[in-house]
Design a protein around this ligand. Structure first.
Ligand code: GSH
Length: 246
């Protein structure tokens, strides 16, 4: 039976999971959930958590990209998502964990902050990215977007700190590429994890002019397809000043 991937059109970890299923050549269908309703829908589908990506494969329900990469590799070893050599594997696992714990949260916080403040961004999510019937109307209230922003710690201070930290994150991606941990001829789990977050960073109309030509972002474009964008401008111009150094 084909696998089922529950996703959101805008979700970068869901993009990573899709790329991993494709890398493995595992037949799958993708079900795009309604943004904002997805935690409830996933629980109704008997998943333990409320996050996408969520995968049903061989009758198992798996959530979180790190668990998905390992489960797919155990289920179907070839082509691998982790190197066979123990030391190389450890370095890929570390890079994947950094991608999950550090980089992945950056575009999520930025997006959630923007959605909590800007009707245009909520409308874009519901209508342009989500194709939700009556999306322009549903996007009017900001209460749900504010709750999602709060639960992910997305406020003005964290988003400004994320924008300052972005330069260092891009440098870290370049270091990992230079060391051959990611960016090799054989794609691995860290390639998909990191490239999908960089694709997400580049989908913001506010950020693309600064990051679009960065070598790390150009590399990401060779690994995974784009996410819907551009997300309408919603960040104060002065917050973008740290990106001028890029
Ligand atoms: N680190 C996890 C987290 C995934 C995650 O947070 N997904 C977001 C969408 S990008 C989500 O579904 N969040 C639901 C919520 O915060 O309730 C992973 O890699 O799978």
């Amino acid at each position: 039976m084909p696998a089922t991937l529950y996703a959101l059109t805008t979700s970068h970890p869901a993009l990573a999971a899709r790329a991993m299923l494709e890398h493995k050549g595992i037949e799958h269908r993708v079900v795009q959930l309604v943004p904002g309703m997805h935690p409830l829908m996933l629980r109704a589908l008997r998943f333990r958590g409320g996050t996408v990506p969520a995968v049903i494969v061989d009758g198992r329900r798996i959530q979180r990209t790190l668990a998905i990469s390992r489960a797919l590799d155990a289920m179907q070893p070839d082509p691998p998502l982790f190197p066979r050599d123990a030391d190389a594997r450890r370095r890929v696992e570390e890079a994947e964990r950094w991608g999950d714990e550090v980089l992945q949260g950056v575009p999520r916080r930025i997006f959630r902050y923007m959605a909590s403040r800007s009707y245009e961004v909520r409308r874009w999510l519901a209508v342009d990215a989500g194709n939700i019937p009556a999306g322009a109307l549903i996007a009017r209230p900001s209460l749900q977007a504010k709750t999602f922003a709060r639960t992910s710690g997305a406020d003005a201070a964290t988003v400004r700190a994320d924008l300052v930290a972005l330069r260092g994150h891009l440098a870290e991606v370049e270091r990992l590429r230079d060391e051959g941990v990611i960016g090799g001829a054989e794609r691995n789990a860290a390639d998909f994890q990191i490239a999908s977050s960089l694709r997400s960073v580049a989908k913001f109309g506010d950020l693309e002019p600064y990051v679009g030509d960065h070598p790390a972002v150009r590399w990401a474009a060779t690994v995974v397809p784009p996410l819907p964008g551009p997300v309408p401008h919603a960040l104060p111009r002065e917050w973008l000043a740290p990106l001028e150094a890029l």
